[in-house]
Design a protein around this ligand. Sequence first.
Ligand code: GTP
Ligand code: MG
Length: 688
Amino acid sequence: MFVPKTDNQSDLEEPCRNPGPWQCTICTHQNETSYISCELCGVLRNLSLYFNNAVGTEGGAKRRNKHSGVSVLARSLFSPPSPKSKAVVFSDGFQGNTNTTGYMQASLDALHETYMTHKQRRVNIVPFKFDTPSPDDMVSAGLKSFKHVRKVNAEAPSIDSVDIAGKKVMDDHDLVTQDAHTDPSSSAKLDELGGNGSSVDVHIQNKTPVLDDELQHLSLEGKPKNIKAKIKKPVSVSQYKAEPWMLQGEDQKMPRQLNLAIVGHVDSGKSTLCGRLLHALGRISKKQMHKNEKEAKEKGKGSFAYAWAMDESAEERARGVTMTVGVAYFDTENYQVVLLDSPGHKDFVPNMISGATQSDAAVLVVDASVGSFESGMGVNGIGQTKEHAQLIRSFGVENLIVAVNKMDSVEYSKERFSFVKSQLGMYLRSCGYKESAISWVPLSAMNNENLVTVASDTRLSSWYDGNCLLKAIDSLAPPRRDVSKPLRLPICDVVSSHMLGQVAVCGKVATGAIRSDSKVLVMPSGELATVRIIERDSSRLNLARAGDNIAIGLQGIDPIHVTSGGVLCHPDYPVSVASSLELKILVLDITVPILVGLQFELHIHHAKVSASLVKILSLLDQKTGKASAKKPRMLTARQAAIIEVKLEREVCVEEFSALKALGRAFLRSQGITVAVGVVTRVPEQVQV
Ligand code: GTP
Ligand code: MG
């Protein structure tokens, strides 16, 4: 066992004092002389650097290698939890615990972030051009679809005295959408289908094949091979009975988690709004904010200082564009809110899908400025205001707050706000949002107008007396949670080390509940693992229930068996695994018809897989929604059909009628979402 050094030797001197190749203490890999950390597992050559920081000295923190995630992960997962452990906050904001032996236990959140940074170290960055996706676009987008924002003040008080009105339980019913203004006759069909007939005016380059290649090449998760089944004979879900600990008990009065996706067109101000909100709620320290402001100004990006609270990577900051979903937390009176700040740029729609698929409700941020709102609506052929609104509706999100941002740039004009509301409102209704489920909030993220308190600028307060954004969030209808079904947790991200045999995953519990020390079945590999740690926002939990967005440390499983897009299940009730599917789809506004044989990218929860269209089984009648006898060889815009698709590899999936969260599908080709749909049948059950 490693014993931390106690002498005062210089951390940076160590490698020089023992020149020559060196063997990693943790994984035993032989490293070249010049490496200060292990090429294979990232552990520093001089292990004492990990512990010199624990005293919180400024110098120690500065010298600490920021790529030391694997070792931190190792210690966190393998050192036994101690009742005497105490929190340590490093001067650079990194948080962890020291136990009685002096080892550090870092939060999974911190580990995730640190280790993901380590992975990105291998990426060669080339000059960025939006029209031609660069390798780092692809790698960043694929390797890290999520980032957890840790620059928050853990002691921040929760907001009180927010008055709640008109609550009703949010119903996660079918994808009831329709383009009523263009084709009222097809309402029935679309209600039946669960899709959307509205236009998506996007022209996005297809980088999927390359992305997949890159991921195969770079991912540390590896690819499970010849996996032997370890699951017992599956039991029918109808026989499942929830145990008492899974049901809401004493903690029933606790605020519940609300997963809130922040979506909208590029540059509409999503990250600035999130940063401003967190700052106003005391979740970002003054020191951190000052640092962001100073650095943003130095880099000529002064207006992005608040956005930097969410956009943490060097690429995002240099480009002023969010690339991965930023995750941050704050509390209202009724909710523990998980903010999911999505990228708005068209190139990162797959990442946006990965985040928004977890959301219970959404804030659609719209730029009110003249020209910008119109561009989000697709006047120039590119409009993520429309695409995002449509996608999140297809995910089952019903309750929407439209934040009409940058009102300062239009002098807080009531007329402009009304124009935005009428234009966008019409489109949202066509997507299937109910008028009563949409709140419209005019605000200025930059000027902190109408975010957490009522508007103070008289140009706004003279005509608007509705909810500020925070109150609108707190007034959202509580999402429905299903703890009566067996555990299903779609894995969003995985942090793993092959050499050290440890793994941490994060995602939202779709159904059921999970608790520490329990066994879970990891699908599609069919391997069992033990839940070692459950965390939310760096706080340890004993259990989590449906709806909770959490990070989990798993033990007793080889990391190659844990992949993003997989699902953690109750050991007796495995999720279905399939390599072909029957889907009911609605074709969006495409210009090139979908032909049998088309290769596309299929998104189901966090799984992304190459697929091909094998058969069009039937066209759905425009008026009745019923299957017609026609079996066309191609599909055109706004047609609905039942199709059969073949997947390149198995995915975890459920029929939509059984579990909506695992039964929604999105078809993307050439960088465009070409169809949305639901899984109607899982014809071939792969025996794992
Ligand atoms: P992506 O994530 O890349 O889609 O962008 P975003 O929607 O997160 O936008 P971001 O927060 O990065 O802001 C884009 C620009 O809009 C920045 O220059 C901000 O300063 C500016 N901005 C954001 N909110 C406001 C606002 O309320 N008023 C004005 N005038 N500018 C704003
Ligand atoms: Mg952003």
